[in-house]
Design a protein around this ligand. Structure first.
Ligand code: TMP
Ligand code: ASP
Length: 250
């Protein structure tokens, strides 16, 4: 069901952001649209929006219980959530525990190699520029964040990684890598924003040995492996088995 919402503020590839009856909050609607390779590949996957909304709610509440601030407030309905309005910092913050994807394409590191300590990469969140890789110096030059903010962003990102890696491990899932976005609240706090779902995390099933069958994330869509929604459902059901149900707006 659609909650009562105001004007559309922003439409991204996977979500729409609407105004709501509180000036400092927004309603986030998770779409069924699937895109990859900067939207060169597009499809509709029935149920993906619901699954990513639910998975994100569970993960945001897990992070909150461990003292990490996020933009999430509560679920509004199955594929809608209330969030604090934040100014999203145009950075894709990628944490890598196991080598895969672009790291392997751009180096001689073999897929599956453990990255210890985990690697944090910054990318400029700008579709027109194709999300280029950033050094910390470029990040400062482009005025995307101050030195202090970079220190905070890195500290939050590594802490989120430790919490999520340990959590997924408990449910026999391997967190290979993931992308975070962060935003600034009205009071200037940096909080985790966007979503945390199989659209922006690589997650492998530790109960499966086959290197293709074990993939449960958006790589199934990127690489035409099929069973995308079924794989996201598997992640949600493993999470539901161990975490309390997320809050709904009352
Ligand atoms: P990469 O291997 O393509 O650099 O991706 C690293 C992680 O970031 C992976 O979990 C997928 C995620 N990601 C996004 O969420 N959005 C993107 O636009 C890209 C390129 C990657
Ligand atoms: N998020 C990007 C897109 O939607 C790229 C990707 O996830 O592969 O096009």
């Amino acid at each position: 069901m659609e909650p009562v919402h105001g004007n559309l503020i922003y439409e991204g590839k996977a979500k729409k952001i609407y105004a709501c009856n509180k000036f400092d909050q927004v309603l986030v609607n998770f779409k069924d649209d699937a895109t990859a390779f900067n939207a060169k590949k597009k499809s509709q996957l029935d149920g993906k929006g619901f699954l990513n909304c639910q998975i994100s709610a569970y993960i945001f509440e897990l992070l909150e219980s461990k003292g990490i601030e996020t933009h999430y407030i509560c679920l509004a309905s199955d594929r809608w959530m209330y969030a604090h309005k934040v100014n999203v910092i145009p950075l894709e913050i990628v944490l890598r525990n196991t080598a895969y994807g672009s790291l392997c394409r751009e180096s001689h590191i073999k897929p599956g190699t453990i990255i210890e300590p985990p690697l944090l990469d910054f990318y400029y969140k700008d579709d027109k520029l194709n999300d280029p890789f950033l050094s910390e110096e470029r990040l400062k030059l482009f005025d995307l964040a101050s030195h202090n903010q970079i220190v905070q962003i890195k500290s939050i990102a590594f802490e989120v990684n430790s919490i999520l890696e340990e959590f997924f491990n408990e449910i026999d899932l391997k967190l290979v890598d993931f992308k975070l976005e962060m935003g600034l609240t009205a009071s200037g706090n940096i909080v985790v924003a966007d979503e945390i779902s199989p659209d922006n995390c690589r997650i492998w099933d530790q109960r499966i040995d086959d290197i293709q069958d074990r993939i449960l994330d958006k790589d199934r869509f990127r690489n035409d492996l099929g069973f995308v929604v079924e794989s996201y459902e598997k992640i949600l059901s493993r999470i539901q088995a161990v975490l309390p149900k997320p809050r709904y707006y009352k």
